[in-house]
Ligand binder design. Structure first.
Ligand SMILES: Cc1ncc(C[n+]2csc(CCOP(=O)(O)OP(=O)(O)O)c2C)c(N)n1
Ligand SMILES: [Mg+2]
Length: 626
């Protein structure tokens, strides 16, 4: 008989999680260094008891962190994993029903961004005796359906532990998926309330230290040769650097490859910082919110080398940014899903090993000097345009671009900026000057309002030595700002910049460009006459709101006072909120590409009909890359 130990399912899970490690390049670290949670009847006596026991008698090293909102704790975990290049993440425990379903948005964000998070929603009784338990869904068609089944489409692995011993295969499968760079995302293990507290005789081997090796898949030599031949045939190649470069820590290889070959490097949000903005080959963001330099090069590129990119519609400008009718693609990616995009020559490999192999195969080859010179000229032209956006002297309220310019200037290279939704991601993608691959955390796969402040928590936990700066719009702030209380209670120093423009600058200007006249995008009183939300500005005071959580708050009303406020926030040792009001109408930085948002085909409104004509024009440039 193997040695066993009698524990509840929850106690066993806590012990198991505390024994999991990841390893890459010889560096071993805890895979799950802690658990976020909010307790309710679904987990307080199960996982809650197990975590208390672990903390009180030192049975397992698994610290517990109390969040204010379950969605936020998943965002914090995803941001933590992002900062840790997917080598570590947190587990999240939530009570049954709403506590658990609150995590679904976070799960979708993690899966969309390919970031590992371990979710432990509580579930209805496996015994079904007291049904319907408080917060239980009663499905008339199936007895085994619970609200947690809604996690299935947004999870990369899903299981329900209906008997204690099912935890063994479920937990092992969960670790396998979390540590697989191809498969990773949200992993969900549903834990019925009664099963969490039920005891079982566990084999002690289940709790031994396990090291999950995160390898660096090597490319096939034939595939390297094919991609190298394609690049040698190119006259105007372009690299698209995505998040895979950053997660693989391939920035040194990318820079060396770009220098040797002279191929210009455009980036996506997740890839920003992999090449410094002022590198000789850097041309900045690509696509709908890209720079004129990157988009001009894309318009004429004959071969595109995508590295670690998923080619979102923002990156391809909804399939319009690559203009050469004969453009061909080569994609270096660990995931076949992404490598195969745009009918590409696939180079299935880790970005670091793949770039190393390509560099060897292309030894001695370079683009023509004229192409290098053109790249420089376009990049410099763009930087002149960016400087203009930073120095508008706009009034009476400053333009958002001036605030971003001042912030970029005051921050150090290693300081991390966080953002996710609204008008700022586009401005940042065009204008932000990053030199460090971990200094730019703009979540733009799910672009989820509410990510920003929660992500500040996770990012600061991952990088306590860096200054972490959250940029958040008033709309996003109103959705999910409660984790400021968590920052205060955990003593995490984060700088939060609230950009107040009384509504949705982003969707407002999108609405206007689509003929919808900014309808429903301002936070205003309902006007008695028009019946619309276009009355006076509301008396909402976000500075006072932030102060009420226990943060220090500084109000700025000009670019100069904003600079001073950020400098003071940097000098502070506790969470500091800088509140600044900006002009919701811009001016926006100069765009050079499209984003497809369909406009009504028939309409009674002149504004919509005009927008539809423009839309039809853009549609003509759109194509499949076959
Ligand atoms: C959870 C969520 N709901 C809705 C949206 C759609 N959306 C994108 S930006 C935006 C407005 C953001 O407002 P704010 O945070 O004030 O930023 P601003 O546009 O003013 O820069 C909305 C509603 C979203 N991205 N995420
Ligand atoms: Mg706003």
């Amino acid at each position: 008989m193997p040695d066993t130990i009698r524990l509840t399912t929850a106690q066993a899970l806590v012990r198991f999680l505390a024994s999991q490690y990841s390893e890459r390049d010889g560096i071993e670290q805890r895979l799950i260094p802690g658990v976020w949670g909010i307790f309710g009847h679904g987990n307080v006596a199960g996982l809650g008891q197990a975590l208390l026991q672990a903390a009180q008698i030192g049975e397992a090293d698994l610290p517990y962190y109390l969040a204010r909102n379950e969605q936020a704790m998943v965002h914090a975990s995803a941001a933590f994993a992002k900062m840790k290049n997917r080598l570590q993440t947190f587990a999240c425990t939530a009570s049954t029903g709403p506590g658990s379903t609150n995590m679904i948005t976070g799960a979708a964000l993690a899966t969309t961004n390919r970031l590992p998070v371990l979710l432990l929603p509580s579930d209805m009784f496996a015994s079904r005796v007291p049904d319907p338990v408080l917060q239980q869904l009663e499905d008339t068609r199936a007895g085994d359906v619970s609200v947690n089944d809604a996690f299935r489409p947004v999870s990369k692995y899903f299981d329900r532990v209906s008997r204690p011993e099912q935890l063994i295969p479920a937990a092992l499968a969960a670790m396998r998926v979390l540590t697989d760079p191809v498969e990773t995302g949200a992993v969900t293990l549903c834990l019925p309330q009664d099963v969490q507290a039920e005891a079982f005789d566990w084999p002690v081997e289940f709790f031994r230290k396990r090291v999950w090796r995160i390898g660096r898949p090597m490319p096939e030599p034939d595939a390297v040769a094919r991609v190298a031949a394609l690049l040698r045939s190119a006259e105007r190649p372009l690299i698209v650097a995505g998040g895979g470069v950053v997660y693989s820590e391939a920035e040194v290889e990318l820079r060396a490859f770009a220098e040797a070959t002279g191929i210009p490097v455009a980036d996506t949000h997740a890839g920003k910082g992999a090449i410094p903005w002022d590198h000789l080959s850097a041309v900045g963001g690509l696509g709908s919110t890209g720079t004129s330099a990157a988009n001009a090069l894309a318009a004429q590129a004959d071969v595109v080398l995508g590295i670690g990119t998923r080619y979102s519609d923002f990156t391809t400008a909804s399939h319009t940014v690559f203009g050469d009718p004969d453009v061909t693609f080569a994609n270096l990616n660990v995931a076949r899903l992404d490598a195969a995009k745009h009918s590409a020559e696939m180079l299935l490999a880790d970005a670091k090993t793949g770039l190393g192999a390509l560099a060897k195969a292309l030894h001695g080859w370079s683009v023509a000097d004229e192409y290098r010179a053109e790249t420089r000229r376009l990049a410099e032209e763009w930087q002149v345009a960016a400087d203009a956006c930073f120095n508008l002297n706009h009034g009476p309220l400053p333009a958002q671009t001036e605030i971003l310019g001042a912030l970029n200037d005051v921050l150090d290279d290693s300081d991390v900026v966080i953002n996710a939704a609204g008008s700022m991601p586009g401005d940042l993608q065009m204008l932000w000057r990053a030199r460090d691959p971990k200094a730019y955390n703009v979540e733009y796969a799910f672009s989820c309002m509410g990510y920003e402040i929660a992500a500040g928590v996770g990012t600061k936990m991952a990088a306590p030595d860096r200054e972490v700066v959250v940029l958040v719009g008033d709309g996003s702030y109103l959705m999910l700002s409660s984790e400021i209380a968590t920052m205060v209670s955990e003593g995490l120093k984060v700088i939060i910049v609230i950009v107040q423009n009384h509504g949705f600058a982003s969707i407002g200007s999108l609405s206007e460009s689509l003929g919808s006249q900014r309808f429903g995008t301002k936070y205003r009183y309902r006007d008695g006459e028009s019946g619309l939300l276009d009355g006076d500005v509301l008396p909402v005071d976000l500075a006072a709101n932030a102060a009420s959580f226990g943060a220090e708050v500084i109000e700025a009303d000009s670019v100069a006072s904003f600079r001073a406020a950020v400098a003071q926030a940097k000098a502070n040792d506790r969470t500091t909120v800088v509140h600044v009001e900006t002009d919701p109408t811009g001016p926006n930085p100069p765009g050079s590409a499209w984003w497809e948002v369909p406009v009504s085909e028939v309409s009674e409104l002149d504004s919509t009909r005009a927008a539809r004509a423009t839309y039809a024009d853009h549609k003509r440039a759109q194509r499949h890359y076959l």
